[in-house]
Design a protein around this ligand. Structure first.
Ligand code: UDP
Length: 456
């Protein structure tokens, strides 16, 4: 069959929301597409594009588009950020596509846009190219937002919880924060629900998950509109190993203290270290940081704790200086390398979807400490559906106490459930690998998409 590529390169433009947790999986998906013969341009803001490390083997180009700001979206500035983004970015994205379409040897065929940017589909239609929506959250979380958009669930969701898609009961505390408490972050609430405003009109709907992990949610969503699971979108070294040198995402806002982390882990015994991170956005109070610090000390385990530089001033006085060889605090780490290190025995996580998929893919048991947005539902997936960890209980003040964190670490690392959790984690590791390997469910979905673009 003659490939479109013979008339010039078949080109897709990928447009993630410019935050770390959305860029990572979409960049990883881009690498998968590029390795299968597509030319890929990833459009992002200058804050991120300046940090891109080009892969030797990949044909991904990073292009800068304007978002109208010189800052990154954070929980504090997000309302103003979204407002500017929605005015400036459509123009900037249109200009980029126009410029690429004007390039002679390039056949721009598809815009793969972040599902939280539904207006991007209008731009794809304007240029008469395919539009594919990419969901960076779990299928279950998307299903809940879908039902809210269509009025099947009304918000705020009240009562003890919900039953959806023939799945076990989901308690109220496991629901995404935006459907339980309405009006706290109005722009973000609108953003997640509006993902479904033109959902059925997209040519493809990609989900960063894998069939076996969320079969019931995937089935329910597919019954509405076909969806394609294409995850876990994590660097190839840790899963299918088909992309050479693909050890990290390659685009990070923060500088990882790689040597310090790996050398320190190299000196520890297997499964002796607690790794703790709250991702790129979550921010804890001073009192909470104090309780975690105390709990880590009480656990008497070695620990590697990521405390972003903006959070460091909340650590107890002299804590960092006095932890001796028992702990290492860094501002950012190469998370995948850390999770893959044999010294790591437990991951205390805020349950961001990327962190969740990374730990599942690497078979690392978790202590779930969800904060907001989709994280409580991801915690449910980790603990009750996946059975690869425990969830912390917070006290009446909403605090995770030192005793509780010590207890949860003990449960995961030295408790009655330890062996079972570890075995289940190892099982999930194999299943996630299978999904991405040749012929696996995610691999087949990617292949099908690429073939459609190249040959029809
Ligand atoms: N991450 C990292 N180093 C760190 C902490 C996090 O590389 O020290 C990466 C992590 O591997 C993941 C992303 O940052 O890919 C965080 O995404 P996630 O969805 O877990 O959480 P968010 O930051 O969006 O809350």
């Amino acid at each position: 069959m003659e490939s479109k590529a013979s008339k010039g390169e078949v080109h897709v433009i990928v447009f993630p929301y410019p935050i770390q947790g959305h860029i990572n999986p979409m960049l990883q998906f881009s690498k998968q597409l590029a390795s299968r013969g597509l030319k890929v341009t990833l459009a992002t803001t200058s804050t991120f594009s300046s940090k891109f490390k080009k892969l030797k083997s990949s044909s991904i180009t990073i292009e800068t588009i304007s978002d109208g700001s010189n800052e990154v979206a954070t929980p504090e500035n997000v309302d103003a950020y979204i407002e500017k983004f929605d005015v400036v970015a459509p123009r900037s994205l249109s200009q980029l596509i126009e410029q690429k379409i004007g390039f002679e040897h390039c056949d721009v065929r598809c815009l793969i846009y972040d599902s939280t940017i539904p207006w991007a589909l209008d731009i794809a239609k304007k240029f008469n190219i395919y539009g594919a929506s990419f969901f960076t959250q779990s299928c279950l979380v998307s299903l809940i937002y879908y039902q809210v958009y269509h009025g099947i669930l009304s918000v705020p969701i009240q009562g003890p919880g919900i039953c959806v898609a023939e799945m076990p009961f989901i308690e109220a505390t496991d629901l995404p924060s935006f459907v339980r408490q309405v009006g706290v972050h109005p722009s973000l609430e609108k953003l997640v629900i509006d993902q479904f405003s033109n959902y059925g009109e997209a040519d493809w709907r990609f989900f960063n998950t894998f069939e076996a992990l969320e079969s019931k949610a995937v089935k329910w969503m597919t019954n509405q509109w076909p969806v394609k699971t294409i995850g876990p979108c994590i660097p190839s070294t840790y899963l299918d190993k088909r992309l050479p040198d693909d050890k990290d995402y390659g685009l990070s806002l923060f500088e990882a203290q790689t040597d310090a982390c790996i050398q320190w882990l190299d000196a520890r015994e297997p499964t002796s270290v607690v790794y703790i991170s709250m991702g790129s956005l979550a921010s804890l109070g001073r009192e909470q940081m104090g309780e975690i610090a105390k709990g880590l000390q009480k656990s008497n385990k070695y620990f590697l704790w990521v405390v972003r530089s903006s959070e460091e001033n909340k650590l107890p006085m002299n804590f960092k200086e006095n932890i001796s060889e028992k702990g290492l605090i860094v501002n950012w780490c190469p998370q995948l390398e850390v999770l893959a290190h044999c010294a790591v025995g437990c991951f205390v996580t805020h349950c961001g979807w990327n962190s969740t998929l990374e730990a599942i893919s690497l078979g690392v048991p978790m202590v779930a400490f969800p904060q907001w947005t989709d994280q409580p539902t991801n915690a449910k997936c980790i603990v009750d559906f996946g059975k690869i960890g425990v969830r912390v209980k917070v006290d009446k003040r909403g605090l995770l106490t030192a005793d509780e964190i010590e207890f949860c670490i003990q449960e995961v690392m030295d408790g009655k459930q330890t062996k079972e959790i570890k075995n289940t984690a190892t099982k999930w590791r194999h299943i996630s690998k299978q999904a991405t390997e040749k012929g696996g469910s995610s691999d087949r979905n990617i292949e099908e998409f690429v073939s459609k673009l190249l040959y029809s």
